[in-house]
Design a binder for this molecule. Sequence first.
Ligand code: FES
Ligand code: FES
Length: 151
Amino acid sequence: MTILSINGESHTIDAPPDMPLLWVLRDLVGLTGTKFGCGIAQCGACTVHLDGQAVRSCVLPIAAVGERKVTTIEAVSTTPAGKQVQEAWLALDVVQCGYCQSGQVMSAASLIASNPNPTDADIDAAMAGNICRCGTYNRIRAAVKHAAKGA
Ligand code: FES
Ligand code: FES
């Protein structure tokens, strides 16, 4: 058994300790906003927060989570930076198919929380691991800036 703090609630998880967090979130806890893309830490679709830091949940065994707090896209709006990012995403109509977007929002929220006034280079560095097959990169960068202004 592994006890995880997910979106402010304690969950007792009956799964092998090497099961990736993404599987637990989606299949055992029912939080399907976090997406599976590549499974090898290359696309960012599975991004969640551990104590506010963006991490790739597809390669993170639940045994490595420990007491750190997991936040997923379903609860990112409970943080000021997450709320700001979601509002900016809507204001600038960032989303196309949407598949990559929960991961994009999680990376952006982590960036804004730690760096309220990011430069273009900061944004590029923070968002580089999040792939968008629809090519929404220009709108993503604009929305991060929009969110930063309101943060
Ligand atoms: S599914 Fe985790 S980085 Fe692609
Ligand atoms: S919006 Fe379609 S993959 Fe990014």
